[in-house]
Design a protein around this ligand. Sequence first.
Ligand code: F55
Length: 824
Amino acid sequence: MATKKKTDQDLQLDKDQLKASIVRHLRSTLGTSEQKASPEAWWKATAAAVNEQVYERLTRTQQTHFKKDTRAIHYLSAEFLMGRLTSNNLHNLSLYKICEEALGELGLELTDLCEQEPDMALGNGGLGRLAACFIDSLATLNYPAVGYGIHYEHGLFRQEIQDGRQIERPDTWREYGNPWEICRPESVQEIPLYGYVETVFGDNGGLKKVWHAGRKIKGVPWDIPVVGFGGHTVNILRLWESRASEFFDWDVFNAGGYVDSQAEKAQAETISKVLYPNDETDAGKELRLIQQYFFCACSIKDIMRRYKRAHGSDFSNFAAQIAIQLNDTHPTVAIPELMRVLVDEEDLTWEAAWAICYRVFSYTNHTLLPEALEKWSVSLFEKVLPRHLEIIYEINAQFLNKLVEPKWPGDDAIKAKLSIIEEGAVRKVRMGNLCVIGSSKVNGVAEIHSKLVKEDLFPEFAALWPEKMCNVTNGVTPRRWLLACNPELAELYNEVVGKEWPLQLDKLRAVTQFADDKSFQQQFMRIKRHNKEKLVKVIKAETGIDVSAEAIFDIQIKRLHEYKRQQLNLIHIMALYRRLLANPDYDMHPRVFIFGSKAAPGYKLAKDIIYAINKLAERVNNDARIQGKLKVVFMPNYRVSLAEKLIPAADVSEQISTAGYEASGTGNMKMALNGAITIGTLDGANIEIAEEAGAENCAIFGLNVDEVKALKARGYNPYDFYYANSELKAVLDWFDTDYFTPGRPGELSSIKRSLLEGGDPYLTLADFASYSDAHKLIDTWYRDPALWAKKAIINSATMGKFNSDRSIQDYVERIWNLKACDIG
Ligand code: F55
C-alpha cells in the first residue's frame, strides 16, 4: 500500500514532542541520561531530534525531484564554509523558539548548546562562504540543486596567537563525530590517477583512447542536508572523502607487502586530509591538482549515474537536465573529465560531446589578481592526468583553428594569449582560459568586477563571445546574517514590517520611513548597544582586554592580504595614537578597533602585519596617557561563528581595499545589513552598497578604479607621499624603532619596507590622507546620535539587494534556466 505523503503540517512538531524526542535521543542515541549528560551530548541529542524532521523532508525532496525529473544545478566548489548548522537548521524549520522552550524546561540554554558545535570550516573565506549562502538560498527557493565538494578531515587551521604571532593548529571539526552528516556507502565512486594512454581500435573500427590508470582512489560521499527556510526543500551538499581502493590494496597485501599497502592507504587518504590555507595564490602542488580532480571526477560520475538512472545512455537530454557551476577555476578539470567520460566511456563523437559539454558548464570568476589565476605545469598534468592533457590539447586546437584564426587571421600574438597552453620555459595549462572556452557563461561577482573581467582580464574572449560574459552581484543569506545572528533586531523588524523580510529582504526598505523617528532610533541603537555589550564579554574572555561599549566599534574582519589593506587601518591607528600622545585632549570619541583575520601560513608579510597589530594593541591598550580613548583588539581564530558575534556589534565596517582588487566582498553586506556604517573605497560591491544606502550614508574615500590605473600608469612613487605628509612619515619611521617591541627594534620594519622600497603595490600611502579624513567624518557623525542612528538605520534597511536569494534568482535567469520545484 502506498503511504500518503506527509505534508509540512503533518511534520511540524510541538514543544512537548520535541522535548520528548531530545530526551529519547539522549538515552537511545547518545547512551547517557539527563543526570550525567554533558553539554555536548545534549547538543547531539538535540541535533538528532531535529534530524528526524530533516530526514523526512530530505527523502520527500529527493522523491519529488526524481519523479518530476527536474533540471538541477550542480554547484562544484573546492570550498564550503558552512560554519555551525544547529541554529540555522532550527530557524529554517521554524523550530528555534520551540526548541528554546523545550530545552528551557530541561534546564538548558539553547545558545549554550549551540556553542558546543565546532564550525565546519571547509573553506578559506569569501568564496567558500558564498557557496554556503548559495546552497541555503537554492533550497529556500525550492530549486533542485546539489553542492559538490571535498570532505576535508581538517578544515582551515585554528589560529592561536602567541606573543603576538599567528600559530597554526590543526582544525579537528569531526574529532568526536558530526551529527549533521550522513555517510552514503551505496554511492561510493572509484577514480583513476596517473598511468598512461593507449590508442586501440574501437568496436566500430575507429581509433579509441584507453587510459590505463596507475592508481585508483575510492571516493566516499558524505551528505549534509541543506534545509531551506520554511523547511519545504531539503537539498544535499555532497562532500567526497578519499580512501584507498580495495582493488589496489589487496594485490600488494597478498604479495606480502603489508607495509607498502598501508603506505598506499595513507597516501590515498591524504587527498582529502586538509584544506589548502591559501586564499588567493595557489602553490601549484601535485596534491592540490589531485584534490581538484578527485572531487570533480567523483561528482561527474555521480551526476552521470543519476542521469542514466532516468535516461539510460541517451545523452540528448543531458544539457537540458544538467547545469554545472564552477566556483572559480578550482573545479575546471571537470570540463575535460566530462569530455573524457562522454567520448571514451560513452562513445560519443568529439563534436557531440563538445556540444553537450560547453552547454552544461558555467564559470564564476572571483579575482583579477594575476597570481591567483591557476596554472598547472604541463608536465605535472601529463603525469597525473595524461588523458586529460590530450583532451585539453584537442579543445585548444579546435578553439584556435575554428574560432581564433578566422577572427584574427595570422595573429600569433592573440593566439598565444588565448591559448589554453602558456608557452615558456615551463609550459603551463591556464585554467582560466579553459574555463572560459568550456563554459556557456562567465560571470563576475559585482558590477565593477564583471566590467573588469570583460575589459581587462578577458577582453579578446569578450570580443569573441560578447553574450558569454555577465554579472551576478554576490549576496548573503539574511537568515544566518540577520535573523539568527541578531535576534533583537530581527524581532524589531518583525514588529515594524512583518515577518516576510527573511525571504523578501526588500521589505526592510519600509523601515527607512522611521529613520528620523526618535523612538525608533532609540530602539535601534539600544539593540546595537546590547549587541556591543555582549561582544565586550567575548572580547574579555578571548583576549583579556577591557573595552567599553560606549566607544565606537570599528571592525575589519577578513583574510589578511596586502590588497585588503589591514596595513592602512594599522597606520591610521598609529596616527591617532600619535595625535593623542601629542595632545591628550585631542578631540575624538573613544574608539575600539577590532580585527579578525587569518594569514596564509606562508605569507610572511601578512603574518608580520598580524604581529604589528598585536604589538600596537599591547602598547595602546596599556597606555594610561590616552585615557582609554583608543583600544585595539585582535580577535584570534576568526571564523564564521565569531563573525556572527562581531557583525551585529559593528558600528563601523572597514572595507578599504585598493580600488579594482576586491572582486566583491560579502562582509561589507553583512555589516551594513546589521546597521554598521561603511568606511570604504569605491571597490567591489561597496559601490553598489553606496548606491543602495546613498553615498551620504557611507564614508567613501580614496582613489577609484580609474584613478588607481592612472596613477600606476604615471608611475606611482610612495616616497612622494612619505615626504609630503609629516604625520605619515613619522608613523612609518615608528616601525623602525622599538616603541612597540621594547628592546627589539626593527621587528616591524618589514611593513615600512613594503610600503617604501617595496613600491607599495596597493597604494596604501596614496590613500592615507583621504582615509584619515573619512575617519574624522565618521567621528563627527557619531557624536551626533540622531544623525548616526539615521545613517545606521538607512544602511540596514536598504540592503535588500544583497540577499543571496536575489543572487540565485539572477543565476537562474541569466545562467541556469531552472524551474522551482514544489515539494508538496
Ligand atoms: C581560495 C583558494 C584559492 Cl586557490 C584562491 C582563492 C580562494 C578564495 O578564498 N578566494 C576568495 O575568497 N575570493 C573572494 O570571493 C568572494 C566571493 O565572491 C568575493 O566577495 C571576494 O571579493 C573575493 O576575494
